[in-house]
Design a protein around this ligand. Structure first.
Ligand SMILES: *Cc1c(COP(=O)(O)O)cnc(C)c1O
Length: 368
């Protein structure tokens, strides 16, 4: 008997999340210095974290021999001021991806259905499969979540519905009115999970708090990996009713959010100017890349996040050709294979990717 035969059967069929290659590896493989490589692959903040987040993280480093405060009370209190809820309505995660997993542990049983958009963030489906539940993928015409179709797909077995708005990788968002109507229409046996990973990039994001206050079965998730620029620290959170949060708290590891991340996240929340600045810079970066793509003759999907889905024809080939020239982007799964996802970078990085993309596309149309 080999080792794999001892594994539970589900794990052998479990698809594996494919992260992009790190800068150092691309540099090595293609003969660049790391600083020559431009990474626009993971929707990170190209301007980095706020100075106040970095300072708080450095101070916390001095006490790194101590275990973190297990429940993250200081950060939860900060979040409670920020969202106007009680501190026991927040749970921290090792990235908001962990909150998705905790939802799976707490709520999913074999044969439960999990509703997701066909081009939604892939982790929901991975967690559903890992728990033995059944992901039900709902078509996304115009690459946007179709909430009417999702409502129609709700069955007696539906347990969780995930809605990322804005969505990754499409960048599309649903309107406030649409989401309100959808959430209000859901039956009592269904839990609605709003993934707000990119909400800070929107001028006027949807707010789930009224539904939380009304005792609806809902949860929202946020992350410090995107606009706050702390992706390497792995910190995110969920917020909902105190009952929802206390259920999730039972499923987490004792010290899942590390002390440096907790401190840096507090520093990040204290610097609202930094968030505003990054939002404005991202908006002009989106404009820059959009109009640059138009000049090259490439269509883009309208995005409310910090990345753009660009129609390049053969996404995988163009991804490889860009990578060989020191630019890391994100190739898409087969269902979106004509696209490439490009994160918005600094003005200089955007200029560089547009210039290289123009020459790659020109060579391709010339049939070189
Ligand atoms: C990046 C991202 C997350 C958060 O990731 P963490 O780094 O684990 O916090 C969650 N949802 C979506 C849609 C994302 O793109």
């Amino acid at each position: 008997m080999n080792l794999s035969q001892l594994a539970n059967l589900r794990i052998l069929d479990q698809p594996v999340y494919q992260p992009g290659k790190p800068i150092e590896q691309v540099a090595r493989e293609h003969g660049f210095k790391p600083e020559e490589v431009c990474k626009l692959a993971s929707n990170e903040n190209p301007w980095g974290a706020s100075p106040s987040a970095l300072k708080a993280g450095k101070v916390a480093l001095e006490s790194v021999f101590l275990y973190p405060e297990g429940s993250g009370l200081d950060l939860r209190e900060k979040l409670s001021q920020y969202h106007g809820l009680d501190s026991n309505q927040f749970i921290l995660g090792n990235g908001s991806n962990e909150i998705i997993e905790l939802l799976g542990h707490v709520f999913l049983k074999p044969d439960d259905e999990v509703l997701v958009g066909a081009h939604a963030f892939v982790v929901y489906k991975l967690v559903a499969l890992l728990m033995g539940a059944k992901p039900i993928e709902v078509a996304m015409p115009n690459l946007t979540h179709d909430l009417k179709a999702m409502r129609e797909a709700v069955s007696e077995r539906t347990k969780l519905i995930f809605l990322p708005s804005p969505n990754n990788p499409t960048g599309t968002a649903n309107t406030i009115a649409e989401i309100n109507e959808f959430v209000a229409s859901l039956p009592d046996h269904v839990i609605f999970c709003l993934d707000e990973a990119y909400a800070e990039y929107q001028e006027d994001p949807f707010c789930l708090v009224p539904f939380i206050r009304n005792g609806r079965k809902v949860i929202a998730m946020r992350t410090f990996s995107k606009i706050h620029g702390l992706a390497g620290l792995r910190i995110g959170y969920g917020y909902g009713s105190s009952e929802m949060i206390s259920l999730l708290q039972r499923a987490r590891q004792p010290f899942n959010a590390n002390s440096i991340a907790q401190a840096a996240a507090i520093g990040a929340l204290e610097d609202e100017d930094w968030v505003d600045l990054c939002r404005r810079r991202n908006r002009s970066g989106l404009q820059q890349v959009k109009s640059g793509c138009a000049k090259i003759g490439l269509d883009v999907v309208s995005s409310e996040a910090n990345f753009l889905l660009v129609g390049v024809g053969d996404g995988k080939r163009v991804f490889e050709e860009l990578q060989a020239r020191g630019i890391i982007t994100r190739p898409m799964p087969p269902s979106l294979n004509e696209f490439l996802r490009i994160s918005i970078g600094t003005e200089e990085q955007n200029e560089k990717v547009l210039k290289v993309l123009a020459s790659v596309m020109k060579e391709r149309t010339a049939g070189l």
